[in-house]
Structures are given as structure tokens and as C-alpha cells.
Design a protein around this ligand. Structure first.
Ligand SMILES: [Zn+2]
Ligand SMILES: [Zn+2]
Ligand SMILES: [Zn+2]
Ligand SMILES: [Zn+2]
Length: 310
């Protein structure tokens, strides 16, 4: 696939303006064009309903005329899984990826499963007039006015409330951890079955097994999205599979020896697991340090109070 705009042409050398291209038989207007891999003519994106953002996604381009003559059909690369990104996924990369870059993998999971970012500023605001540890220290120096809202009990209850506010986020993280764990377990069961069924087929005298190439081994449940998979895990079938720790039978299994469709399924499935684990790890660490910070403030405040009451 080739493409160009007038300014930075990597196509044919600039030609007199009379030269006409495309289905419209008009000259190069300077707008983005795409080259046909069949007839080598150039086509205005607008005339063939393609946009410059398609550039990296078109694998091979065949113009309407060439498609009609059966010279070929336009093929597309797989797009990066992040909806806002128009780059091609590194599906044939090493390792293969559903994303154009590791950063977009992380961004995809952050946007898909937000775990309620915790805003540190909120805690400080809630602890009344006291913004940080040094604030607490200064507070200890003051003689509080009677009925002050900054009394020890008030501040402690505010801090306790903040710590409690972290609970739903901890729950969310634990839920994701469990889901990722289930996915991971399922992948290893699918791997086991790939080998087992491959051996079975060989035993059954499967003629196609010559050369002992592994079967594809992809399982349709690997294509489920997060919710569907969670539902399946809770179904009778899913619970049975997980309690036995084995994927029996061949239902949902791809037994092709040379499978283009599911190529790299294992590494791509593992990529998602790794990305999510990384993200969960980051969130857990952030939450933990938030909690520790809160408890530390509580301790400092208690110490201050004890000194003051002496
Ligand atoms: Zn045109
Ligand atoms: Zn053509
Ligand atoms: Zn991307
Ligand atoms: Zn397959």
C-alpha cells in the first residue's frame, strides 16, 4: 500500500498538473491519495471513501476498478484496540499485540475498567483545616477553643471515614484480581487441552497430524468480553470446569493445524493478563500508600494530643 499528499510525496515524481488520476480523472489536488496495488494509479481519498487515518490500517489497496476485475480486494490490518487510536495493532510483532504500543494497552485497560482514581487532595480537605503532617504539628501547639471542630475526636472520626472511603476501591481491585486470576487459570486449562486433544487426534490416526504440528487450541470462551466471561464462570458449566481444573471434551475448541484466524492467541491472551496485573499492581500500591499516609497522620495527631494533655 502506498499513499501520498502533494507536499511530501513518496509516490511518483511530481508530474505536470494535467496528469489525471483516480475514478474522477482529475489532477492531484494536494489532498491525501492512495495508490492502487493493482493498476498503480492514484486515488483521492475522498473519491474512494478512505481517510488519511486509514493509511496505517490498509494492508493492500485495490481500487474499485481493480476489485471489479477481480485483481484483488483491499485488506486491512487490525486496528489498535484503543478506540481513539488509528494505528495498526502490532499483531505480527514480537511479541504480538492487540495494541500499537504498550502504552495504549495500559490506557485501554485504564479506560475500560476504571478503578475510581483516588484523589489525595480530597483527604486533606476532609481533615478540616489540617492539610498535612506539619499542619497537625502546628495544631498541637494551639490551645483549641472550646467546641472547636478540630477537637481530637472529630479529626479521628474524619480520618477513620477517609480510611473507610478506600474500602470500595479495595473491593474493586480485589474483584479485578479474581477475574484476572480466573482468566489466567482458564488460559492454562486451554493450553493443557491443546496438547491433550492434539495427542488424542494423533492417536486416532488423524492424517493431517503429519509433521506433528500443534493444533490451534483456541477456545471460543477466550473471545468473550469481561462481563460475558464473568457470567460464564458463574454458570453451572463454568463452575464445573473451574472446580475440576480441566477443560473436558472438544466443545468450543479450534482443532485446525494451521489456523490463521487465531494465530498467536496464547501470547495475545497473556498480554492482556500481564497488562491487567501491572495495572492492578499499580493501583494496589497507590491505595496502600494512601492508607498508610492516613494512619500516619492519625498517629502524629494522637502523639500531639498526648503531649498537650500532659
Ligand atoms: Zn478522485
Ligand atoms: Zn486499480
Ligand atoms: Zn494505539
Ligand atoms: Zn483456530
Amino acid at each position: 500500500m502506498k499513499s501520498r499528499t502533494l507536499q511530501h510525496s513518496n509516490g511518483p515524481p511530481k508530474q505536470p498538473l494535467e496528469t489525471v488520476y483516480c475514478i474522477c480523472r482529475r489532477p492531484d489536488t494536494g489532498k491525501w491519495m492512495i495508490g492502487c496495488d493493482g493498476c498503480d494509479d492514484w486515488f483521492h481519498g475522498e473519491c474512494v471513501s478512505l481517510q488519511p487515518t486509514d493509511e496505517d490500517l490498509v494492508d493492500q489497496y485495490f481500487c474499485p476498478g481493480c476489485q471489479e476485475k477481480g485483481f484483488g480486494t483491499t485488506t486491512w490490518k487490525r486496528k489498535c484496540r484503543l478506540p481513539s487510536c488509528h494505528n495498526a495493532a502490532l499483531i505480527a510483532g514480537d511479541p504480538p499485540s492487540k495494541y500499537c504500543s504498550p502504552e495504549h494497552g495500559i490506557e485501554f485497560f485504564k479506560s475500560k475498567y476504571p478503578l475510581a482514581d483516588y484523589c489525595a487532595g480530597e483527604i486533606s480537605a476532609l481533615a478540616g483545616a489540617v492539610a498535612d503532617a506539619s499542619g497537625f504539628r502546628e495544631l498541637g501547639n494551639d490551645v483549641p477553643a472550646p467546641g472547636s471542630t478540630n477537637s481530637r475526636a472529630d479529626i479521628e472520626s474524619l480520618l477513620r471515614r477517609d480510611v473507610e472511603k478506600l474500602e470500595p476501591q479495595k473491593d474493586a481491585i480485589n474483584r479485578r484480581k479474581n477475574r484476572v486470576g480466573a482468566r489466567s487459570k482458564f488460559i492454562s486449562m486451554a493450553k493443557d487441552r491443546q496438547k491433550r486433544v492434539g495427542d488424542e487426534l494423533r492417536g486416532e490416526g488423524d492424517q493431517t497430524s503429519k509433521g506433528s504440528k500443534e493444533i490451534c487450541g483456541f477456545d471460543i470462551r477466550l473471545a468473550m468480553d469481561d462481563e460475558e466471561f464473568a457470567d460464564w464462570c458463574e454458570s453451572e458449566e463454568g463452575q464445573g470446569v473451574f472446580s475440576q481444573g480441566i477443560l473436558n471434551g472438544r466443545e468450543g475448541l479450534c482443532t485446525k493445524r494451521k489456523c490463521e484466524k487465531h494465530k498467536y492467541w496464547l501470547r495475545i491472551a497473556m498480554e492482556d493478563i500481564e497488562l491487567e496485573e501491572r495495572l492492578i499492581g499499580e493501583r494496589s500500591t497507590a491505595l496502600l500508600s494512601e492508607e498508610n499516609g492516613l494512619r500516619q497522620r492519625q498517629n502524629i495527631k494522637s502523639l500531639m494530643e498526648n503531649q498537650r494533655l500532659r
